[in-house]
Design a protein. Structure first.
Length: 140
């Protein structure tokens, strides 16, 4: 099929999702971006969020990313992030607890890089889990 996207979601330690898709929706620093087959070339910065991949088999996969980049060219979509996790691997309750803990650390004045990364990953996990459960989390 010519009108299919070849999608790879890659974290620092593994390939999180790879396959054919009909559509990808990712949140960039410019806002939500929808990618369909034959999309014009794109390189954009991702923000912590849940990326949605709609496979050609009709499945919707939500992947939490803590930032990174999305590259689109010739129906190939590459999503590169230091951290990425499939929505099915995430517990919303556990992610919300992690986010609350990271918020407490930030509110207590801990502005270290480690704490900021903890916050970003937890926020991404919460957003992905909410999307997976049908709550788009718009406005967050």
């Amino acid at each position: 099929m010519a009108d299919v996207l070849q999608v790879n979601v890659v974290a620092a330690d593994r390939v999180v999702w790879s396959g054919e898709a009909s559509q990808v929706i990712a949140r960039t620093s410019e806002g939500d971006t929808g990618i369909l087959p034959n999309h014009s070339p794109l390189l954009a910065v991702l923000v912590p969020s849940g990326v949605e991949v709609f496979s050609t088999g009709g499945e919707r996969e939500v992947v939490a990313v803590d930032g990174g980049f999305i590259s689109v060219q010739h129906n190939r979509v590459s999503i590169l992030s230091e951290y990425a996790s499939r929505g099915e691997e995430i517990s919303l309750d556990a992610a919300e607890k992690e986010l609350a803990e990271a918020n407490r650390q930030l509110d207590a004045g801990d502005d270290s890089e480690e704490t900021r990364k903890h916050y970003q990953r937890a926020a991404a996990q919460v957003k992905a889990a909410q999307k997976r459960q049908g709550n788009s989390g718009l406005g967050h």
